[in-house]
Design a protein around this ligand. Structure first.
Ligand code: CA
Ligand code: CA
Length: 487
């Protein structure tokens, strides 16, 4: 009994001193950031966050689509264990009793708040609503909607007129930052942080989910001016590059993209880059508020994205491919007192690793079935290898043609991909020699040994993404009633 009392009072004392978490996530953001070495894109605020924290050079999502990726990240489970393989679903329909990342913090006394998109939202239609949110994850939710959603849609250019969410679309808005949804998110974040600074009885977990640079790429005009259209890159040599690819590798191509001319490609890239710099400015406002309110010293800041994004590489745009541009995301973790400021970690890590990492940094109890690794050893010494690989998966086919998976394994040197267990193709890229993944070595006899070894490693990794039963939990359509204390 004595042990129990001591342990309770110890954890209570710790709770009062636990660090806060500011979890910042952008939507459809690839690694076109200054701190990741991009030659054109300006991201001064994220660059200064990277100087304060550790920048993870090789971070990958587990599924290059909003809903499956975000459910995986926020449950700490691979999509084969969440059962969420499409948008517009929530893990409460498959594994209702699992504790989400913010829920684990709430259960230990944290004040958890969400502003904007954390779980899946249909963008732009669901902006201003809860989207496909999980009410059990938060104590306070804020859903601002700005001029981009409420006023400007008639002016947006789109490859398919009238459609903005899944289609390449953009607009240089005459309205300044503060009228836009992401500007309102930053203002709301300041407001919540002011409340947290006044009321310090509980630590906080504040999650801010920015919408840009997700389509439609709407941002104020001055951001477009920083990227002259004629300077925007257009990927060359696509036909030659595609010649050695199996068909599913290009399965995310959309027919409407046939309409793209080089002029439209430049406009599209300009608008995407403008949206990134606009989003970076809003991140800056939130970071400034953290400093101004004296919260920075005891707050862990995370910045990431839900998946990467193509801007014409291999002839592809947007997401849902297993190439580097689509699978890779930025990840910066600034953990005061627990990290190496300005450190760069080159080990492959995944978004699935965030849950155990933040829980470890804050001494929060986690469910026993989490599938990621803690990145705390990498924060302390960025040379730590850790698990040494990351797995990303995607679906192809569909109800009519038979659904199958593509899996890709990323190690420090290689990307190895199998479509339908190799029956519909394989890809192998040597990142030491070919960082743009232009030369598929999978059929090269000189690399047969590497293919065999990576194929074994991939299959072993895939096994680890399933629950102990070996079965992906099925979707239940009945609604789930949130219940925080006895879920
Ligand atoms: Ca997304
Ligand atoms: Ca190629």
């Amino acid at each position: 009994m004595l042990v129990v009392i001591l342990s309770t009072s110890y954890s209570y004392t710790c709770a009062a001193e636990r660090p806060n978490v500011l979890f910042l996530i952008s939507d459809d953001l690839n690694n076109s950031l200054g701190c990741y070495g991009h030659p054109l894109v300006k991201t001064p605020n994220l660059d200064r966050l990277a100087e304060r924290g550790v920048r993870f050079e090789r971070t990958y999502c587990q599924f290059p689509l909003c809903g499956p990726s975000r459910n995986s990240m926020l449950t700490g489970l691979h999509p084969n264990s969440t059962g969420i393989l499409r948008n517009s679903q929530i893990f409460r329909q498959t594994i209702p009793s699992h504790h989400s990342l913010p829920q684990a913090f709430r259960l230990e006394g944290y004040f958890a708040s969400r502003i904007g998109k954390l779980y899946h939202y249909n963008v732009p239609k669901s902006i201003g609503t809860n989207g496909h949110d999980d009410p059990g994850s938060w104590e306070l939710e804020l859903n601002p909607a700005g001029c981009d959603r409420l006023q400007e849609e008639p002016h947006i250019f789109s490859l398919v007129p009238g459609r903005f969410g899944g289609t390449l679309s953009w607009y240089a808005s005459p309205k300044p930052d503060r009228y836009h949804t992401d500007g309102l998110l930053a203002a709301d974040a300041e407001w919540v942080l002011e409340r947290c600074a006044r009321q310090k009885d509980r630590p906080f977990f504040l999650a801010v989910g920015f919408y840009r640079p997700h389509t439609p790429y709407v941002s104020p005009k001055p951001y477009f001016k920083r990227y002259p259209k004629e300077d925007m890159p257009v990927v060359q040599g696509v036909k030659e590059d595609q010649a050695d690819l199996p068909a599913p590798a290009l399965g995310s191509y959309k027919r409407e993209q046939d309409k793209l001319t080089d002029d439209l490609r430049r406009e599209c890239v300009q608008a995407y880059f403008a949206s990134i710099t606009f989003m970076d400015a809003q991140v800056g406002r939130v970071l400034d508020a953290l400093d101004r309110l004296g919260l920075a010293e005891n707050t862990i800041v995370v910045f990431t994205s839900d998946h990467g994004y193509h801007l014409g590489e291999h002839g592809l745009w947007q997401k849902m491919s297993l190439f580097e541009e689509s699978a890779r995301v930025p990840l910066i973790i600034a953990a005061p007192g627990a990290g190496t400021p300005g450190g760069v970690c080159r080990s492959p890590v995944g978004l699935v690793d965030l849950y155990p990492t933040l829980a470890a940094l804050c001494s929060v109890k986690v469910p026993e079935n989490l599938q990621g690794q803690s990145l705390v050893p990498m924060l302390q010494d960025p040379k730590t290898l850790g698990r040494g690989w990351t797995l990303t998966q995607v679906t192809r086919g569909g109800r009519r043609h038979g659904r199958y998976f593509g899996y890709t394994l990323r190690t420090p040197q290689w990307r190895y991909t199998e479509w339908a267990e190799g029956e519909r193709g394989r890809e192998l890229y040597d990142h030491d020699a070919d960082p743009r993944e232009l030369v598929n070595l999978a059929a090269d006899p000189a690399h047969a040994g590497t293919v065999a070894q990576l194929s074994r490693q991939l299959r072993e990794a895939v096994k680890q993404t399933f629950p102990p039963s070996g079965q992906t939990p099925p979707i239940r359509e009945r609604p789930w009633a949130p219940n925080l204390t006895d879920p």
